[in-house]
Design a protein around this ligand. Structure first.
Ligand code: UT7
Length: 350
């Protein structure tokens, strides 16, 4: 972090003013969460409905994953449509007008088109004129990555009010003949509104305390889509080595939270709410067991929404917010892992 004294000595009075966006005396800029919102497509597909089409059963899916149903986007309903609905709900909860937004970071692996960024369509549909808008692609950990990017931009003074979105239509990249994957995913979107605020340096005051990101591309082939503009020229379908992903998800998501807790000088018992990526109830239970976090502190949406990739965390945050499970000052821990592998965690003082 650029210190006031260094800037004052080297660049003169004009730049001292600029340090207000970085650090002045002991006051630092921080990203506060003002509210979150969500949108799930109307159509619900139950396990029994899938069992009519492929060789599976409600019993198998529930036992191995905890999933009971998933929402599936209507024909013509795009990632941007889901994202816009989630943003409207988040802005309304936050009490923020869309014209106050100067940054839109959208995490998705199912963009409307290869380019431009789906975030630009969201910007246009929300009627936002003055904003930076772009996509981030880190599959299921996309929201944590997008949060990290937005948080850093806010702390550096490049933005004041941000929409951070996770939005997906994974139903469009599934092989509906592959029972090993098609039963696991759903469509949906969630968004949060971030606003720059000031806090004492080193304090644990409200806001995003940290984001920790990790990537290991040697696992590229464990979870990928077998197509794309650079290879087949077609969108392709999701392929996954389920057990390999499972093993890494449990270990890496838990470890990412342990690293964040240690980096902030906190202890695992300080966590008030754990909001993990929602891929499989067994993964979530293993993580909370390892971290020693009680079940009543864990947000679980996988049963009713399945795995919506980058959207699971903002959807789960909104679920918790609407159920009054998050109080101001609570320590909220997020963690996700997805294709790449890319994973990460964030600690937020709500
Ligand atoms: O969001 C990104 C992160 N993704 C994840 O975290 C997913 C991680 N992986 C998982 O959640 C689990 O590995 C799965 C849910 C994908 C699979 O569960 P599993 O307990 O690892 O099952 P498995 O792959 O070992 O398969 C066990 C059996 C196999 O049959 P055989 O070979 O034992 O006869 C599969 O063919 O279950 C069979 N099977 C199914 N049976 C009924 C696989 N899918 C199904 C199905 N219905 N849908």
């Amino acid at each position: 972090m650029l210190m006031k004294t260094e800037t004052a000595q080297t660049t003169g009075s004009q730049d001292i003013e600029n340090t207000t966006v970085l650090e002045r005396d002991s006051i630092v800029r921080k990203s506060l969460i003002l509210g979150s919102g969500a949108y799930l497509p109307e159509r619900i597909v139950t396990n029994d409905e899938l069992a009519k089409r492929i060789d599976t059963s409600d019993a198998w899916i529930r036992k191995r994953t905890g999933i009971r149903q998933r929402h599936i986007a209507a024909e013509g309903e795009l990632t941007s449509d889901l994202a816009v609905a989630a943003c409207r709900s988040a802005l309304s909860t936050a009490g923020v007008n869309s014209d106050e937004v100067d940054l839109i970071v959208l995490a998705t692996s199912t963009p409307d088109n290869t380019f431009p960024a789906t975030a630009t369509r969201v910007q246009a549909l929300l009627g936002i004129k003055q904003a930076i808008a772009f996509d981030v692609q880190a599959v299921c950990s996309g929201f944590v990555y997008a949060l990290s990017v937005a948080d850093n931009m806010i702390r550096l003074g490049q933005a004041r009010t941000a929409l951070v979105i996770g939005a997906e239509v994974f139903s469009r990249i599934l092989d509906w003949e592959d029972r090993g994957t098609c039963v696991l995913f759903g469509d949906g979107a969630g968004a949060i509104v971030l606003r720059a605020g000031m806090s004492e340096a080193g304090s644990q005051g409200r806001g995003i305390l940290s984001t920790h990101l990790f990537t290991d591309g040697s696992h590229y082939d464990s979870l990928y889509v077998d197509g794309g503009p650079g290879t087949t020229g077609k969108a392709g379908c999701l392929r996954m080595a389920g057990q390999e992903v499972y093993r890494h998800a449990v270990h890496n998501m838990a470890e990412a939270i342990e690293i964040a807790i240690e980096a902030n000088g906190l202890s695992l018992s300080d966590i008030d709410l754990l909001v993990p990526h929602q891929a499989n109830i067994r993964i979530i239970e293993s993580i909370s067991r390892r971290l020693g976090v009680d079940n009543d502190k864990v947000v679980i949406t996988v049963g009713s929404q399945a795995n919506t990739s980058a959207a699971t965390i903002p959807l789960a945050l909104t679920h918790a917010q609407n159920d009054n499970r998050i109080q101001r000052g609570d320590l909220v821990a997020l963690s996700a892992l997805g294709g790449g592998f890319a994973w990460g965690s964030s600690l937020i003082r709500w």
